[in-house]
Design a protein around this ligand. Sequence first.
Ligand SMILES: Nc1nc2c(ncn2[C@@H]2O[C@H](COP(=O)(O)OP(=O)(O)OP(=O)(O)O)[C@@H](O)[C@H]2O)c(=O)[nH]1
Ligand SMILES: [Mg+2]
Length: 228
Amino acid sequence: MHKIDIGTKILQANEEIAFENKEIFRRYGIFTVNVMSAPGAGKTSLLEETIKRLKNDFSIAVIEGDLQTSVDSERIKALGVPAYQITTGNVCHLDARMIHNALHEFKLDGFDILFIENVGNLVCPAEFYLGEDLKVMVYSVVEGVEKPKKYPLMFHEVEVVLLNKIDLLPYSGVELSEVEKNVREVNPTAKIFPISCKTGIGLDEWVSWFRNRVAKFRENVKSEKNLH
Ligand SMILES: Nc1nc2c(ncn2[C@@H]2O[C@H](COP(=O)(O)OP(=O)(O)OP(=O)(O)O)[C@@H](O)[C@H]2O)c(=O)[nH]1
Ligand SMILES: [Mg+2]
């Protein structure tokens, strides 16, 4: 009997659409960032703080993914930045098709950076490539030190881990050094930034790294174009 691995087929189909998305992003020269985390770790707060620091220099758009409500896209719009809300109903992650469909309605003309806030979930979003250039993870340190070991995939997949809510460390009994050590075990090359979206600590360091990352992306796009 021929065995069909449905999970693999779904991921392959997703990947094909993700690469189409990537082509579209390339055509517009837009740098796309997939922001992932468990529910409530601080994704929208990170976007708010990051956007405040970047919006004078870059034209930014945001796609928000949530199971329900447009609360997060309203928070982004309040900063004067266009935001498109995808509500997934009971689907625990964004997939490439959802982004592709959103791009029919949400025009990318003239934008430099597209942030995609994924659905709050520590597992599923890591499996679905959306066509992004950078994967970022927000990890609320007060959730405990063991998360990288228990949920390794997302920690493994990302280029950056933002250790958020460090203002709460004194009340949590969590040692930052232990969190960092556990992240390193799963992803030795990840860039790690301890931050607090509440107090602002660490955010300038993160944003400075991010600006360099955008600059590198632009250099690569330029040299790709020169080759063709
Ligand atoms: N103390 C403290 N609270 C924070 C920090 N960052 C975010 N919060 C709070 O944590 C809660 C969740 O923050 P959000 O930014 O909405 O988190 P999220 O990951 O976007 O949440 P979902 O989209 O629902 O998954 C809010 O009450 C924030 O004010 C931080 O650095 N320190
Ligand atoms: Mg959010």
